[in-house]
Ligand binder design. Structure first.
Ligand SMILES: [Zn+2]
Length: 508
């Protein structure tokens, strides 16, 4: 049996009806996510912290909260945030001190370690949450401890090429720091006098340029070690044309993965979310690595989950899900295109030839994700339909609109319509499961494996539908909403959508 459910490849045209179906499914699903407290572990990936992130995410989207709250009283912005805060406190208070620790720099990521809880708690303290203002020191202390492990391993030149991926390692920690940094910048703009000065100073120190630079530099150092080892393996494997590896390569448990969860695409994705001045020295190597990745795309538009020693080996690349295969690459390439458009003064923007190669590769990968994106494994972000929907939304941000001019580029919002189609098909998930066409994951309500991830995707799709309707209905209203239509400051929770400081994109 294939890994995906076939669909018509014909996006629906009645967006009002689609929006109503998605809204209904979303409200039922959010109630389910509230109703059970199973899988109480703290992690964002499959634990309670993931459903906390869902609540914060839903509270921050421009949804019709009042209308939704009138239908199911879970939806006021205040209640969503207060509910998330209570859950974070619950996790903090039930996590013993002996496990609230970081042991090495390869286990410090936002998604799969307590660093995720600490980062969320610190962000909410900075936003003035009374519940979290009582706990900010514990959150900051864990993040500081993780940062010190990075410093220590960098000084000792430890770590090798392992331990940098996004699910557990340094790139996932970098995501946590960037999330806190974004909050610090926003809060500083509002200059809330009620915040304790030690909290602000501590957070500013954690996310200062020097901290971000240290983590980035260590990730690149590990990537260079990995690239040298990979080049040596290629050379020893034989033929002369096998000797060209990328300048950056990492591994996870001795396997050189390419995708989002454990591989090169995920690590580069977070690097590209850092301040431009910090990554400037590394951009030539990052771009060269991307060019090498473009050369690994197969004729179907997919990428292998891991690299082989023989670059010419024909592989069958089965996996097309966020964690492995095309989706992670599509999100990365979409972000690079947007980054390049937002940094036109920068020395390392894409030259026209690479821009075209990258866009061609992106279009092929996106089409594959659309056709194969109704995944049988379920609804979550990691290897479920929500991950496919976010991939298509990222592609829409890059391909549906020329950001420099604000004009349509003639796609008729094709990529957004594909995202809407998959999101709509997922509203039938109960029926698909009953028919045996879709499975139920181990953590059915979780963010990365289950329903909470789909709730976030549905909610963002609803926002995009309303803006698409606004756009087609009233051209004048569009002029001032270009950035909102494009990014709205939201991507896949825990992974994408951090935006760029000073760029036109994704500023909330
Ligand atoms: Zn997965």
């Amino acid at each position: 049996m294939s890994r995906y459910i076939q669909h018509s490849n014909q996006p629906p045209t009645n967006l009002d009806a689609v929006a109503e179906d998605i809204k209904t499914a979303l409200m039922v699903a959010v109630s389910q996510c509230y109703s059970q407290t199973q899988h109480f572990s703290g992690t964002v990936y499959t634990g309670l912290a993931g459903r906390v992130l869902m609540k914060y995410y839903l509270s921050s989207l421009p949804l019709p909260h009042e209308e939704l709250n009138a239908r199911t009283s879970l939806w006021s912005v205040q209640d969503l945030r207060a509910g998330g805060d209570r859950d974070i406190v619950l996790i903090l208070e039930s996590t013993p001190e002996r496990t609230w620790k970081v042991h090495d720099a390869s286990r410090i990521a936002f998604l799969e370690t307590n660093v995720g809880v600490a980062a969320l708690g610190l962000c909410r303290a900075l936003e003035g949450s009374e519940d979290l203002l009582k706990h900010w020191e514990r959150c900051a202390q864990l993040l500081q401890q993780a940062l010190e492990h990075v410093y220590a391993e960098a000084r000792s030149l430890g770590g090798g090429e392992d331990g940098c991926e996004i699910l557990y390692g340094r790139a996932g920690f970098l995501y946590a720091l960037l999330l806190v940094r974004k909050t610090v910048i926003r809060v500083r703009g509002g200059s809330d006098p009620a915040l304790p000065p030690p909290l602000v100073q501590s957070a500013e120190g954690l996310v200062a340029d020097d901290s971000i630079r240290a983590v980035v530099s260590d990730i690149v150092r590990c990537g260079e070690i990995g690239a040298r080892r990979y080049a040596t393996r290629l050379a020893s494997a034989g033929s002369a044309d096998n000797t060209a590896g990328p300048p950056l390569m990492w591994s996870w448990f001795d396997t050189r993965y390419l995708g989002a969860a454990h591989g090169v695409a995920g690590i580069l994705q977070v690097l590209w979310s850092c301040p431009a001045a910090v990554i400037a020295p590394y951009l030539p190597r990052m771009l060269e690595t991307v060019q090498w990745l473009l050369g690994r795309q197969d004729s179907t538009g997919n990428w292998p989950a891991e690299v082989s020693i023989s670059l010419n080996q024909v592989q069958e690349n089965e996996l097309i899900q966020w964690c492995h295969g095309a989706p992670g690459m599509v999100i990365l390439l979409s972000n690079i295109l947007q980054w390049s458009r937002a940094h036109t003064q920068h020395a390392h923007v894409l030259d026209p030839a690479l821009h075209e190669t990258l866009a061609t590769s992106l279009r092929a990968g996106t089409q594959l994700v659309y056709q194969h994106g109704l995944l049988r494994k379920g609804l979550g972000l990691c290897h479920g339909v929500a991950g496919s929907v976010y991939t298509l939304l990222a592609a829409s941000d890059a391909l549906d609109l020329d950001v420099d001019s604000g004009q349509d580029v003639g796609t008729q919002w094709q990529y957004l319509r594909w995202a809407i189609h998959l999101a709509h098909l997922a509203t039938n998930h109960t029926l698909l499961v009953a028919r045996g066409e879709m499975g139920v994951p181990d953590h059915p309500l979780s963010l990365y494996e289950g329903l909470a991830g789909m709730c976030c995707a549905w909610a963002l799709v609803l926002c995009r539908i309303s803006r698409l309707q606004l756009r087609s209905g009233d051209g004048d209203a569009v002029a001032g909403k270009r950035a909102v239509v494009m990014g709205s400051g939201h991507g896949m929770p825990g992974y994408d959508g951090l935006g760029w400081e000073g760029g036109v994109y994704r500023l909330n």
